[in-house]
Design a protein around this ligand. Structure first.
Ligand code: ADP
Length: 259
């Protein structure tokens, strides 16, 4: 049974300047323990789809089920990692990581133990009492990941989690995320507009069309795991990159005028 199943999803935003049809006729599924990337150009509806799976966006049509149950709000089986970290600046690393456990009424000593374990898992031991402003971007996102892991979700939804990081940190965070995924075997749905990142991380890449978003093509990434930075040198990597590049509806750049 799929852990995430989306059928016929349609989402419209009402704005002062008329309605925006963000997603229309989107079908997708993610199996238990799978790592799937949603890839597409900026504005094609990736975040909207992810937030709908997280129960944070109203839908106009279609069905979404998560861990076998229809979604009509945030599910206890799901945790979300946001691009902009979304940390509480006045709370320490430990309290930020324990935040979701407090919301679930877990007692103070248990939540501190669990938070410490997750801080260790993301390599931040020793920084428990630091505040977010004392951390680098990569460290802040480790806190975001530890906070998501702390509630022990079956499913992690990640919305361009490394988008605010420099290229090298982004790659290192990808490697670490794969290690964590390997150990914890969560189901991961990861939004990105980075082709290399999607190939590197995924079992399957779901390439989205331009807005309104739907799944244009599914590409299975048959590159063995464990993977590391040497994956970039494989001929198969270049072939996937080329195939995906051709599928993506790139924004038009330059001054050339069309017919
Ligand atoms: P992506 O994640 O692929 O960049 P989004 O899902 O963020 O795309 O957005 C899809 C479309 O919906 C875009 O045109 C965007 O401007 C629009 N949109 C997203 N959020 C809102 C909102 N809260 N109100 C109005 N329009 C929105």
């Amino acid at each position: 049974m799929a852990q995430i199943d989306v059928q016929g999803l349609k989402i419209t935003y009402e704005t002062g300047r008329g309605d925006v049809l963000a997603v229309d006729g989107l079908d997708m599924s993610v199996k238990s323990g799978e790592f799937v990337c949603l890839l597409g150009p900026s504005g094609c509806g990736k975040s909207t789809t992810l937030m709908a799976v997280g129960g944070l966006v109203d839908t106009d049509a279609g069905s979404i089920s998560v861990a076998g149950a229809p979604i009509d709000g945030p599910s206890p089986h799901v945790a979300i990692v946001f691009q902009e970290f979304a940390l509480l600046p006045w709370q320490t690393v430990l309290d930020n990581v324990a935040f979701g456990l407090r919301l679930r009424n877990i007692g103070v000593s248990e939540r501190r133990d669990r938070a410490r374990q997750c801080i260790d898992m993301v390599g931040l031991s020793g920084f428990e009492n630091n505040y977010p402003h004392e951390l680098s971007g990569g460290m802040k996102q480790r806190v975001g990941i530890a906070r998501a892991l702390a509630v022990d979700p079956q499913i992690l939804l990640m919305d361009e989690p490394f988008g605010a990081l420099d290229a090298q940190t982004r790659e290192l965070m990808g490697i670490e995320l794969l290690h964590i995924w390997d150990r914890e075997r969560k189901t991961i749905l990861f939004v990105t507009h980075g082709i290399d990142e999607a190939i590197y991380l995924s079992d399957r890449v779901l390439v989205m069309s331009g807005r309104p978003g739907r799944i244009k093509k599914e590409i299975k990434i048959d590159i063995p795991r464990p993977r590391d930075h040497r994956i970039h040198n494989l001929p198969a990597f270049a072939e996937y990159r080329q195939a995906i590049w051709e599928l993506i509806e790139h924004p038009v750049i330059g001054t050339q005028s069309g017919p």
